[in-house]
Design a protein around this ligand. Sequence first.
Ligand code: MAN
Length: 797
Amino acid sequence: MARRKVIAFALSTSLLLLQNASSSGLVCKTWTGADQEVPPPRVNDGYCDCPHDGSDEVGTGACAGSMDGMWAGLSPRLLPSDADAAVPPAAFACRQQPSLRLPLSRLNDGICDCCDGSDEATDPSLSSVSMRGSCPDICDEVLADERARVAKLRSDFEAGFKVRAEAIEEYDQWRSRSEENLHQLRDVDMEIMKKDKEELDLRLTTAKLTFARDWISSVMDITSLMSTNEHQPSLKGMLIMDEMETVSFILSLCMLSAEISAQNLVNGRCLALDLASLDLGIIWDHSSDPMPTFTLLDSESKDSLSQYADSILSRIEGKEAKKGPQSNSRRGGRHGRNDRPPPPDVSSGDDPYGDDWEDNDHDDDEDIESPHQDGELESSDGDSGVESPKSSIENIVEELMDSLPHDRSLFRKQTSLVLNYSPPLSGKKQTKTEEIDDIVPEDSPEGAAESEEEEQENEHEVDPMALKEVKLALGRLSGSVDRGEISAKSAARYIVAMHASETVLDVELLALMVLYHSKISASDVAELIYMISSEFKVKEDEATCSAPWAAMCPPRTKAGEGGRTYPPTVIVEAAQAVCDQREGAAYVCSSQIEEELNLPTEVSDGYYNYYEPRGRDVDDGLSAYFQDLDGMQMIPADLSDLMKQRDSVEKELKSLSIRISSLERELGDDSDKSKYGADGELYTMRDSCHKVEQGKYEYEVCIFGKATQRDIGQRSGGTNLGQWHSATVDENSGKRLLKWTGGTKCWNGPVRSAEVSITCGAKTKLLSADEPETCRYILEMESPVGCDESFKQSNAL
Ligand code: MAN
């Protein structure tokens, strides 16, 4: 109403101003006070060109209130400070309501627009409108809510700003401490430790070379002593055997040692042969197939010596020998240009296997050698009838096995019958074996025919407990026998490989070292010698059935050089003891084929000719021969010290590297400077989790961790909304955005993800959660993290 009144008044007074208009145009002042000429077309065109007096728009309302005394014009008091700027202000801002913008035409128009009336002049000289100067100040009422909001914002900001500043300070301190720490660890400690390790490695390499050389020379010394013992028949001399017999001796040692203990069979190989080869500078590559290959120690090459030392050391430490570098390995061991012969005493000038190998009338000799001579294996071809290298090797292995003096076949057969025997079910009586020795297993045809008769004859049931014990004992023995066979077969394969290699090796020396490592008692060794060596062996008369050991009883001797007799006394005595012990003992002739079950009530030594081999103990006559070798099986103190030091330096290096990388990860690398958000503001919040409930869900976000959605009331689990992804600052709004990505895939939708936008707040708190698109979650958070300068400015705080 008041506004309409003012306009009417303006129309009536504008007519007076028409008189000032010249025909060429109207002259009036612009808003800055400069004179201007307003051309006729712009007069009364609805746009106010003359704001001071409204003279160009007297016919319209465009300059309403511009009549003298009624148009206040632009009071200097109301103009912004840059009033003399070339561009006029577009609007008037109420002093207490900066967001309320008024068009200039509403200034001094008699209407109170600003709550403090500041849009209406109080200058009395300009006052001619009723409202002028009489606007009441109603700001307290109008701005109450806004003022409260701003006051809270300000106090939150101040509190948050402080917290943020402290967090940044803490981060800075942590960062500089950590960087210093990292520098110390990475550039100082690590360097020192690496140098230490380098020095240690150097000393260790030297010590290992010395160790390897010493080892070899000790073995040589000891073994040559064995050959030239002045006072008693040398150990070497005890082996009055030809090459083939020596091979049988080695295989038998491997068999007996594995029968004594499972520990003597390592990965299906004869440990004694492994160790003996190593002593003699033979380094096996067990992985090659069908035949193992080996490298000979090249005592002139540091690499070879060091590899050798490693093998010996790991063997002493009880670890499997490390595999040598492939370049050192030589299939079949044929000497190459750079290959040196093995240590002098290991090889003899003669062909070690001599004619015995050729004479052994196995036709497969060529087959063994050919793959190695040609550098590749013949492929197996069933159709052509050509034997594959593998099977020809197996044939030789079988032949070698047949040459072994101990025949376990009768024992095996009986043992398996007993082990497979199960007593008939209740009601059916079973006899004790002693009374009826023709018990045939139920499932055999004879068993069915005889069962009735048996039933009548059998008065005593088999004691199930006794049977159990018998089975237990036989089970153990049969396991031993199996191990022995595996061990001997494996040894046979290695021996075949050595032979095929054409490398000149002293097989007698090897036998002595296997004898040492097999740790077989003198009596078992004696039995082998007497049964293998053709010098002592009595040809068994096929027609008469004699005990297998009868060949050595009584033990014979043979005069040797220097008035010595062979075998050495220790062996002869041990053989004699065996003869005494077994005199009159029951035995089964090899010619007797026993197919039927004889259930024993107990298993005694010598069951089906199987006498358990015994290990060599300290009192054993043979132990004295090997004392010096026993002393060698230790790592010298200085080398062991160095190894310990190196191990501990390596351990320290490892833990140092772990610490360095974890510190680097914590600090964030160069490409990850924003890990802790702008200025490191998130550092103090690291690993903190925040929750909010919305609808039927509770949302939890963990800084640098995971975001989860759970049903309200659910304590754990929930839907994975993603793993921590990043913290960024939105360029336009200045808001922090925290992201979690790669959550559980939405059914028929995207992989879940969550985004938290942070506004300034005194404390960190999640305010709300929303799912604007399926499986995309937007959360609002307030936190001191958002209380920075840009927030202050944009909120005019
Ligand atoms: C669950 C929740 C919801 C989501 C649906 C999608 O119910 O994660 O937030 O929308 O799965 O199937």
